[in-house]
Design a protein around this ligand. Structure first.
Ligand SMILES: *[C@@H]1O[C@H](CO)[C@@H](O)[C@H](O)[C@H]1NC(C)=O
Length: 183
């Protein structure tokens, strides 16, 4: 085969493949299908994503949290490297006012469950990061937050019908009305 004809063949193959596959993003743009639809998609189950999920759960909204790790707050399994938080865990404020005391607890998330307070997890003024990971996972479990773990979302895009579409690492498609990035 001449180099010209093999070039032509390669070009043709390339064009054909493009034609057969289309461009999945162009296709998605005009799609009106709604696989795995949720009204709210929250991306990330760290402190921000969990807090958002708590309020969505309490408001009985149709939502899901996507988390790439196998649990909540896995960032804190590695960081900070020296393994202690620099956010204070002040257990004794000398006051009984809950609002006041909560302002001196820099780690806890907001919830109605009083067992979910970092002051009950650690006596240390600068608590270990691993304790926060435990706390965050308890927060997710006890409050029944809807989290899909091991899910790395990519190519979040807005379609012509104004819905968001995205894919996980296995190329499963998800659609949502609202996307909240909490990464
Ligand atoms: C997530 O992946 C881990 C392995 O990395 C596995 O042990 C775990 O069961 C998975 N969890 C879910 C909910 O699929």
């Amino acid at each position: 085969m001449t180099s010209l004809s093999s070039f032509a063949l390669a070009l043709c193959l390339c064009l054909c493949l493009t034609f057969v596959n289309g461009n999945k993003y162009d296709e998605a743009l005009s799609s009106t299908e709604t696989p795995n639809y949720k009204e709210y998609c929250v991306i990330g189950a760290g402190p921000g994503g969990l807090q958002m999920a708590y309020f969505l759960e309490n408001a009985a909204r149709d939502y899901i949290v996507f988390e790439k790790g196998y649990g909540a707050g896995t960032f804190y399994l590695k960081y900070p490297i020296h393994r202690l938080l620099i956010s204070i865990n002040k257990r004794n404020t000398g006051k009984t006012n809950k609002e006041f005391n909560f302002r001196h607890d820099w780690n806890s998330l907001v919830s109605h469950d009083e067992s979910l307070q970092m002051t009950k997890y650690s006596e240390d003024f600068f608590p270990p990061a691993d304790t926060l990971v435990q706390y965050l996972n308890d927060f997710a479990t006890k409050l029944n937050l809807k989290i899909q773990y091991n899910s790395t979302m990519h190519d979040v895009m807005k379609r012509e019908d104004k819905l968001f579409q995205m894919w996980d690492q296995h190329d499963n498609v998800y659609t949502c009305k609202y996307v909240i990035m909490a990464t």
